[in-house]
Design a protein around this ligand. Sequence first.
Ligand code: WTA
Length: 642
Amino acid sequence: MTAAAYHALRKSADRDPVSFWARQARELDWQAPFHATLQWKYPHARWFADGYLNASVNCVDRHVDSPRKHKAAIVWEGETFETRTITYAQLHDQVCRFANVLRNLGVKKGNVVGIYMGMVPEAAIAMLACARIGATHNVVFGGFSADALADRMSDSGAVVLVTQDVAYRRGKDVELKVTADKAAKRIPTLKHMVVFKRGTASVKMKAKRDLWWHDVMATASPQAKAAKLPAEHPLFILYTSGSTGKPKGILHTTGGYLTHVSYTTKLVFDMQDTDLFFCTADVGWITGHSYVVYGPLSLGATVMMYEGAPNHPQPDRFWDIISRHRVTILYTAPTAIRSFMRWGDEWPSKHDLSSLRLLGSVGEPINPEAWRWYHRVIGNKRCPVVDTWWQTETGGIMISAVPLEGEGKQSKGTLTASRQVPGAATLPLPGIQAAVVTRNGKKCKAGETGLLVIKHPWPGMLRTVYGDDARYKAAYWSEFPPENVPDGWYATGDGAKIDAEGNVWIIGRVDDVVNVSGHRLGTAEIESALVSHPRVAEAAVIARPDEIKGNALVAFVTLKMGKNATNLVKLKDDLREHVGREIGHIAKPDDVRFAEALPKTRSGKIMRRLLRELVKGGSGFGDITTLEDFSVLERLRSDDEV
Ligand code: WTA
């Protein structure tokens, strides 16, 4: 897009956001056109509601009916270096077959299908097959434990679970089927498991319940009629952490979500038919849903999908992939970028990265130093960096710079960016009305920190929290209700500031959600995992800044009485492992500290703010007038003593 076209786009979106989004939606293939663009009744939005479409038709069929038929949709590389290329025609065959498999298993429109897999093309195929028949998928990241999987499956009432025998990660087998079996005991609605075979070792298959992917696919028909679905038909549920214990099932629907991810993939990544787009996120997270699967495939783009770890077998795996496959766009997380910095410039410098033309960042604030390193070492100062702010709830990118075609003296094909401000997500995209306000809803002055809100509904927004609409309202819409502000505003949970040029700087979460290595975790979830250990009486989990991971988790734990004479070093390890088993390895606290008591307000609320200041080493504890027992603090300061 040229700079002039970008400014014109902004103008038209500002003038009339609803018609603007209708135009974006019409880029999709509709089975029946919509007439009603937006129906907003606080706090619920319906987009394009009288139209019909199918996401799998948009991501697959419409490219098969075009010159892209034999173009690669997915270029996959296993951690073990084998590669597979799946064209749109082949993707169509596979998606149809799996749609028939699901139908043959009795899956109906509106049923929920769980997907618990690693980064293999079959994960995307399973998602698209669900979309084809109108089943709602619920993907759970392969690093989650049996309990976490069971919670998410039973909360959503999943009838089928698609998994694999093992996934490969850092040279090891991750035993997904074993974990799925454990979880299955606690999923009363589950009828079948379909198991994709990735590894070589044998796994136990339960007669009648479990089926091998290759068996059922071989006999399934490669033609499957796509269901005609209303735009508001639920496309997927994705669980994410909130500030209370239970994760929230974020519900996204078909027409609005697809419009948003398709529009943003085109705009923010300047997606062309000649591109090979490498989004390194796992399909278990929203970034994998929106920018490995639905966004790029809706445009007929080619995605690079990599199965394994960035440092396997060596710290240059990404650079090796980029140079061998000639990747043109890289989209990754600041935590990865900081690790690459630490591993040293010699790793990227061994490889020819000249195919890259654009770099993206997502998941947490990128510090200016990491931004500059990414720009200089990976992008060779040629590639614009787009720092994209968004959330599981927003569906797609909301705030980001936009790459612009070189004009004037620049050679053809060179990109610049609408803004390059290391550390800032820059401007809300055309169509998105973001603002930073005080708790009272007053616009913050330039440079003043406040709460990031979205003032107008957008198509990709979540529709509700699955099975808990009251929580949806309370979590996102209660801070700025229509009684106080026009039409009600969406509260993002992030603190931010806007500078004099209008650039948005994200400060981070203002609630009890923590971003560790770009993974979103609720401290309450980890606390409840800790107190489920027989030795633990109480726990408070807080974040401390960490150079690589963004945040590290520190758990303050009090033990049950009468059991003080144990080996605390071992107990620390036990507790970390316990959290790993309860939630998954990503949630293990980096540091466990034992205490006699935790600082509390008189009403019994743990004062996490004090604990945060304590681990930062600050002595200014702010306002502690509500603290119940001052001496607790002194004792906590002396770290490990019990
Ligand atoms: C944070 C990931 C700063 C933010 C897509 C948000 C960011 C949370 C950025 C959502 C960014 C995401 N700059 N912070 N570019 N992108 N965040 O749901 O705190 O896993 O609220 O979605 O990540 O995390 P989630």
